[in-house]
Design a protein. Structure first.
Lengths: 148, 148
DNA sequence: ATCTGAAGCTTTAGTAACTATAGCTTTGGA
DNA sequence: TCCAAAGCTATAGTTACTAAAGCTTCAGAT
């Protein structure tokens, strides 16, 4: 058996972290909140991971990168653990999340416009303003953006 | 003196909250973290606000709505308290924040694309997939998006 | 003057998703 | 055998609030 193949079976937490790009502390945290099942331990009580764990953690990381909440990931994992059953729920979660993301984008765009206006009014010169940014913040009247 | 004019001087916290759209608890929180100066108190130890406080709180709210961090707002308030001095700093904060916002928008757009792809692959039918969403999350290989 | 319900008070804990620290033990190669 | 790197647990800190418990004050009606 090669060293690599052995690593596949008994990775310590640091190797798993490096391989998945998830920090050691975060891995322990995921275990604590029940996303990642507790792995075997070495004689000295250190965690030893296998390929299953690596795959599951990759799933989690990917979902987190896509902005899914930990709670939703728990559901998605449960669904992926029971194959064949309805993916309706997975679909619903994804669609809801997509909507959230679109919403967030829209809100940020409106902020962007407003900030652009504010930040360019005062170019940062010493004498030019006193101070347009501060005034813009103080006086809501100039503000174009709708509901807060 | 009208009732309204009197309210301007001795608003209780609830009136200030209603007037500014900031929750009572949040107002107390802003006082605690030093954004809002401690107001006078009634004989029975209740907070009594005046117009100054209302203005300052409006400033804070507006800045928060624009997504400025509390820490940056503290700086902006300090700048607005010492008029005439350099607005360079205010400008720098705004520009940095604008960049952050743009960055966030860009990242969310890429998420949006990816989620769109994932969510539409499986339309939620019972038999159609098993399950494309789950598989997409498990298999990073299909993923178009760049760095995580 | 008294009653009462709404509003206010402080303190503490909870939220999301980690991150960091302290103080200790284990591991694995020279 | 030695030792530095890596791992362990438990606890606290982060951001910007929000909520709850258990009390006190306020202001209008009686």
């Amino acid at each position: 058996m090669t060293a690599l193949a052995k690593l596949e079976r008994v990775m310590p937490i640091g190797a798993l972290a490096e391989r998945t790009g998830v920090k050691v502390e975060t891995i322990r945290y995921y275990e604590q909140v029940g996303l990642l099942p507790p792995p075997e331990r070495s004689e000295g009580n250190q965690r030893r991971y296998g390929r299953r764990h690596a795959e599951r953690l990759a799933f989690i990381k990917h979902a987190r990168d896509l902005g899914f909440a930990v709670d939703n990931i728990r559901t998605l994992l449960r669904l992926s653990d029971t194959p064949g059953i309805a993916c309706d729920e997975a679909h619903a979660i994804s669609v809801a999340h997509l909507e959230e993301v679109r919403d967030k984008i829209a809100r940020l765009r409106s902020l962007e416009k407003e900030l652009e206006r504010i930040a360019t009014t005062c170019s940062g010169g010493v004498a030019a303003c006193d101070c347009a940014i501060i005034e813009a913040l103080a006086d809501h009247g100039q503000c174009s953006h709708a509901h807060h």
